[in-house]
Design a protein. Structure first.
Length: 290
């Protein structure tokens, strides 16, 4: 199936019900389903920073309302049977670090407000661990944000193998690094256990991915984890083994599907059948490993 990004040029956040149902019909006709939805929480879409101005935070919550309208239609249609609504704090690291404690409090308030709307609509929200967002820029900051929000049944974490690799390295927060460059395999897995033990209880959605240890981004998504092809020779992760650390007892946390995130691939790569065969092969290995 597919996870959906709720903004242009993908899915219009204000799409009419008839157009959305027509799209759902096409997806269902191909024997596919819809999973998680990405809410348009960023400035320049619908939303604004979760620790920004009053208007920013109001727009953040509005983005969740729009996502919930779409999720309800897709659920009623029958094409969507699993998944969460993905969010970020949508504010930069530098702005966050001007007042970490105060901004964590603001994020928690915004996330709780958004969480109430999600809960009223039978949905859950998951923050994807991208290092470019303040209050999510390290594994410790992410944990602080989730704990401050305090809605474990509604607001959780979306673990992406590429992004969380950079948590290990402390790319945007050296003080939170669990590994140093040049680490050995013997050092890697205990560090990975520390990371996953901390965030796994909050993990309600999962992205299979590969990372070569570099960062990549454009615009507001600057310096975030680079997604690589599943068979990239420079890939740092044993995808299947790493996934088992995150997906222990996944069913108890309501995870019913996993997603491949390869959003940084050029279209010519995505239009090759071989790319998808490799991706599906990697995902099947994950499924078998758990």
């Amino acid at each position: 199936g597919v996870d959906l990004f709720l903004f242009h040029p993908h899915t219009d956040p204000d799409i009419s019900e008839s157009d959305l149902r027509a799209m759902a019909d096409k997806i269902a006709a191909a024997g596919l389903s819809v999973g998680s939805l990405v809410a348009p929480v960023w400035p320049g879409t619908v939303g604004g920073s979760a620790f920004g101005s009053a208007d920013d935070r109001k727009n953040f919550v509005l983005a969740i309302e729009k996502a919930c309208r779409i999720s309800k239609i897709l659920n009623d249609h029958g094409v969507r049977k699993s998944g969460i609504i993905r969010i970020d704090t949508a504010g930069g690291v530098d702005a966050f670090l001007e007042d970490p404690a105060g901004n964590t409090k603001k994020i928690a308030e915004t996330f709780r407000e958004a969480g109430k709307i999600a809960q009223q609509n039978g949905e859950r929200l998951a923050a994807e661990g991208e290092i470019c967002w303040g209050g999510m820029h390290s594994w410790k900051a992410m944990l602080d944000t989730l704990e401050a929000t305090g809605m474990p049944d509604v607001v959780g974490f979306q673990a992406d193998l590429a992004h969380t690799y950079l948590y290990l390295m402390g790319y945007n927060a050296p003080e939170a690094a669990l590994l140093q460059p040049g680490y050995t395999d013997e050092e890697f897995w205990p560090a990975y256990k520390t990371l996953t033990d901390a965030l796994r209880p909050w993990t309600i959605d999962f992205h299979v991915a590969q990372n070569d240890g570099t960062v990549h981004g454009t615009g507001s998504h600057d310096k975030t984890g680079r997604h690589c092809p599943a068979d990239d020779p420079n890939g740092k992760l044993d995808i299947a083994k790493a996934s088992t650390y995150w997906l222990q007892e996944a069913d108890k946390r309501g995870i019913k599907h996993i997603c491949w995130d390869g959003c940084m691939f050029p279209n010519e790569t995505l239009e090759k059948q071989g790319t998808w065969n490799t991706i599906l092969g990697a995902m099947i290995k994950v499924d078998e490993a758990i």
